[in-house]
Design a protein around this ligand. Structure first.
Ligand SMILES: Cc1cc2nc3c(=O)[nH]c(=O)nc-3n(C[C@H](O)[C@H](O)[C@H](O)COP(=O)(O)O)c2cc1C
Length: 407
């Protein structure tokens, strides 16, 4: 039997009509529609020149480290517990003595003003607003004093690469200590530059050089170019020698001869917490914990250094066990969802660092884009906790998030 048709009455239609406040601001409109970090990535891709997007999005060689890190997160199986009161959840914690509203730290990323002219200042302000720490990179494009002043309420960390010139490294961390940075992140996975093939193929230089190709790009991304050319010149704030490719610069300045012993003088020179970033082997974790470092970051540098490196989530339990509680363990690489963070915390991480996730937001909409990325990740973290039946991070156990076996 065919249903009888009739004309609907207005009184029936009215409740179905959805009126939303008209959002006149184009950036706000764009960002409000982004529901995931993946959505922010798509926006970022449209808003920036290809070589800039690829510099952020890409990884080393065949990009296997990054792909495997993401696949490990995708392969996590959650085991929720039910009938728990999850009316109130509290995702706040302390990371290396720093209070944080979420188990998140914004990872150090170089050249941030290239992604968007608001650069490190925007990231620092958004992090302070959200109440999460931000680690400023040695390769920053805004001076560390400037970043400290721009977000006085923020919890700022400073990331150091050991330079061949130890005196210059010392001067830099002295400046960071004087400006109120509480935690030093020493990155140890960059004795030489990883080979990022997208950058090689795009002929990426810092600052971007004006070639025929970049000139053609100006017509496609006029706002990005206008902002680049009409704001302070894009250069490193902490390095004297700028120019050329990233790989050239790393190989010229960084010390491939750095040793475990270097941590001893860093310990003597730095008054605050020390976190060592780029650990992948339990033996290294054990040695660093024995030296008394406050934290380690299990990381393959976003897959940007050694390709086919250890998959952070898979080596995490072994590294946590090796430290025997003497050092906190953080994790990064490949995080695109708050559920990834919850899985890592359930398996012993005190927090996760994210790099690309907030940079996509920055490229998509400047400071407000970083706000959006943090809101997305924060919502995902609390929702996942609720759905798992836990109200505090300390209630998460490996039983809540099973890690897939290594391939
Ligand atoms: C564009 C970009 C620049 C980076 N620059 C630095 C840096 O200057 N120092 C550092 O220790 N790590 C740097 N990293 C690595 C991040 O700190 C972090 O380990 C990585 O981004 C985590 O992976 P994810 O991007 O998938 O979250 C950079 C990462 C990206 C994407």
């Amino acid at each position: 039997m065919r249903p009888q048709r009739r004309l609907p009455r207005w009184s029936e239609l009215r409740p179905l009509v959805r009126t939303r406040p008209v959002q006149l601001d184009r950036v706000e409109r764009r960002l409000a529609r982004a529901a995931t970090i993946g959505d922010l990535r798509q926006l970022a891709r449209r808003r920036t020149p290809r070589s800039v997007f690829d510099y952020v999005d890409g990884a080393a060689e065949a990009e296997l480290s990054l792909r495997r890190a993401r696949e490990a997160f995708a392969g996590v199986e959650f085991r929720p517990r039910v009938l728990r009161d999850v009316t109130q959840v509290d995702p706040s914690t302390r990371v290396a003595e720093t209070p944080s509203t979420l188990p998140l730290v914004l990872a150090p990323t170089g050249f941030t003003r290239m992604m968007h002219h608001e650069g490190e200042r925007a990231v620092a302000r958004a992090a302070a607003r959200a109440g999460v720490p931000y680690a400023l990179s040695t390769m920053g494009t805004v001076s560390l004093e400037d970043v400290a002043v721009t977000a006085p309420d923020g919890h700022q960390w400073f990331q150091l690469y050991l330079w061949k010139d130890r005196k210059a490294s010392l001067d830099l961390i002295q400046r960071a200590a004087d400006s109120g940075y509480g935690t030093l992140v020493l990155t140890v996975d960059t004795p030489v530059a990883g080979r990022r093939l997208r950058d090689v193929r795009n002929g990426m230089t810092i600052p971007p050089s004006l070639s025929a190709r970049t000139l053609a790009d100006m017509s496609v991304h006029p706002a990005w170019w206008f902002n680049l050319l009409t704001t302070e010149p894009l250069e490193f704030a902490s390095l004297r020698k700028s120019g050329g490719t990233v790989a050239d610069l790393v190989d010229r300045m960084f010390d491939p001869g750095a040793l475990l012993d270097d941590l001893a003088w860093l310990r003597d020179s730095w008054p605050g917490q020390i976190v060592v970033k780029g650990v992948q082997h339990p033996d290294d974790a054990r040695a660093l914990a024995a030296l008394g470092v406050d934290g380690l970051v299990v990381s393959s540098h976003g897959g940007r250094q050694l390709d086919r490196a250890a998959t952070p989530l898979q080596v995490l339990p072994g590294i946590v066990a090796a430290t025997e509680g003497r050092s906190e363990v953080l994790l990064d690489t490949g995080i695109t969802d708050g559920a990834d963070v919850v899985a890592a915390v359930a398996n012993g991480a005190s927090a996760c660092m994210v790099g690309r996730a907030y940079l996509y937001g920055l490229m998509a909409g400047g400071e407000r884009g970083v706000d959006r990325a943090l809101t997305i990740l924060g919502d995902q973290i609390t929702r996942t906790m609720r759905l798992l039946g836990v109200t505090r991070l300390s209630d998460l156990t490996p039983d809540h998030a099973l890690i897939p076996p290594a391939h």
